[in-house]
Ligand binder design. Sequence first.
Ligand code: NAD
Ligand code: TDX
Length: 339
Amino acid sequence: MSRIVVTGGAGFIGSNFVHHLVSQTDCHVVVLDKFTYAANAASLEGLPGARVTVVRGDICDFDTVEEVVAGADAVVHFAAESHNDNSLDDPSPFLQTNLVGTYILLEAVRRLRVRFHHVSTDEVYGDLPLDTLEKFTDSTPYNPSSPYSSTKAGSDMLVRAWVRSFGIEATLSNCSNNYGPFQHVEKFIPRQITNLIDGVKPKLYGAGHNVRDWIHAEDHSRAVLAILKRGIIGQTYLIGADGERDNLHVLTTLLEIFGRPADWFDHVSDRPGHDLRYAIDSTRLQQELGWKPIHGEFSEGLAATVSWYRENEDWWRPQKEATEARYRAQELNLGKVGR
Ligand code: NAD
Ligand code: TDX
């Protein structure tokens, strides 16, 4: 593959993937990104101009998509509205980008006969009880809880329908919670790291018993590239690194890194419909494609992520105040309907 389009390549995981493609392949990368509030041009700084082209455009725009996809060997589709809390406040951009945008891309790859990889989330499966060892597999029924996860579930269904009915060459992946560099400060880990850097108490939803299955964004990128190269068309691969931790544990690890007492945080209103636990069984990916995570110990990855945010304040500082202002406004909107 010599030309790969990466939608959402200026966002968190998309930009990590672009860095990975540039270092691990010799392909030319075309980033197609709308540059919403979630994008950061600085995440792509330092990449060789001869290897990376950045197109500012909307995946919902037919002509732009057609133009960018023509001549590509593959499209890797990361672009999405990605934050659950925002989807509870205003679902509309989630329906537009995650459903309509995916549809426009599918029609383009169908017409132009281009290989497609769809990046999705474990949240399509809903949640698991706290007190079991059960994990999500690719046969777990879909049962999404939030506007975000339901639109991701819908986009997965669109991809499967286009494979079956129109014969497009597509693969899918559903990954667990990512952490690492370039993650927007609205998300749990960067929000608390940057609060702690600012001497502000972290914010924990509810009692903090909700469990997320953490994976480093580089391991996600490695998995997506393996699927793109060797994945079976029509197949879904679950990506996870056995990184289950409850939110309270993650928070107390961060507090320890910052030398703060273990109870130095605020309990804030819980997220409506808050999923209890996610856990991924990635056996298929490991056995069929030989993938294994390289970021083993979560506490080490977390400490490295703290160092990255400490060393890259210029990257996150411009977004911090607006993000906290949005949280304050959402807190006031909780329970209000319609716009
Ligand atoms: P992000 O919010 O950091 O980045 C999304 C990117 O998509 C941004 O650069 C944004 O500008 C772009 N975008 C949004 N709407 C667009 C549009 N209409 N046209 C073109 N570009 C648009 O998201 P992320 O956390 O990097 O997630 C990337 C993908 O991975 C998403 O599809 C998400 O569902 C999936 N995913 C995320 C996680 C996670 O933990 N963050 C886990 C599993 C799967
Ligand atoms: O301030 C906070 N306090 C808190 O306790 C925030 C922002 C979050 N939380 C909790 C909610 C979740 O249980 O932390 C956990 C993680 O929250 P998020 O970072 O918002 O992630 P989550 O809702 O789990 O979804 C993420 O993983 C799956 C990504 O945002 C999705 O795009 C991905 O699909």
